[in-house]
Design a protein around this ligand. Structure first.
Ligand code: ADP
Length: 191
């Protein structure tokens, strides 16, 4: 199985690149943000709970997020592999993912981390907020909160995969196709 953790701060381009990677490699896209937003749209109990955190730029509680990822994986037993997009977002989630994949007899193959400067992130998120309909992309205070949460809670996940020799940093500034080429090169050399 080819299991990729596509990592990076909010606005790094994870969603855009995930869409291209799943097509090329035949993987299942598992975006925790997208699943939460689908649940918010359907007004499920989980969606309502997730919304109260997302609107403030905070992480949704681990037990909710991890349970959701596990049930999504269980829905696709034939998958050739996954692109985990927006997950894991802290060390506890990373450990839980390792334990869960071990039970399934597989593991994370690689973490590909898109690297983008904060000024560029703020500009991209504000631009996306103009037409994405995402409440968390409109308010600069919430955008900053998400970047802060990334720096404090999520960035350390790099060290977790680095210690396993699985971390690869990719420059997330450039053309979409150029960055895609870099990601594919890293997968083809290490996957
Ligand atoms: P972005 O990376 O642009 O912030 P996402 O769609 O990945 O967008 O996430 C949007 C929001 O969903 C996050 O700010 C957070 O509130 C919630 N979320 C997504 N993934 C997770 C996760 N793994 N753990 C906790 N909360 C999450």
């Amino acid at each position: 199985m080819l299991n990729i953790v596509l990592f990076g701060p909010p606005g790094a381009g994870k969603g855009t690149q995930s869409a291209k990677l799943i097509e090329k490699y035949g993987l299942v896209h598992l975006s925790t943000g997208d699943i939460f937003r689908a649940n918010i749209k359907e007004s499920t109990e989980m969606g309502n709970l997730a919304k109260s955190y997302m609107d403030q730029g905070k992480l949704v509680p681990d037990e909710v997020t991890i349970g959701m990822v596990e049930s999504e994986v269980a829905k696709t037993p034939e998958a050739k592999g996954y692109i985990f997009d927006g997950f894991p977002r802290n060390k506890f989630q990373a450990e839980s993912l390792d334990e869960f994949l071990e039970i399934l007899g597989c593991s994370v193959t690689l973490m590909l981390a898109l690297e983008v400067e904060e000024d560029e992130l703020r500009a991209r998120l504000l631009l996306r907020g103009k037409d994405s309909g995402r409440a968390d992309d409109v308010n600069p205070v919430i955008i900053q909160k998400r970047i802060d949460v990334y720096n404090n809670e999520t960035a350390p996940v790099k060290d977790y995969y680095s210690a396993q020799g699985k971390y690869i940093g990719i420059n997330g500034v450039g053309s979409i196709d150029g960055i895609f080429g870099e990601l594919c090169g890293a997968i083809d050399r290490n996957g």
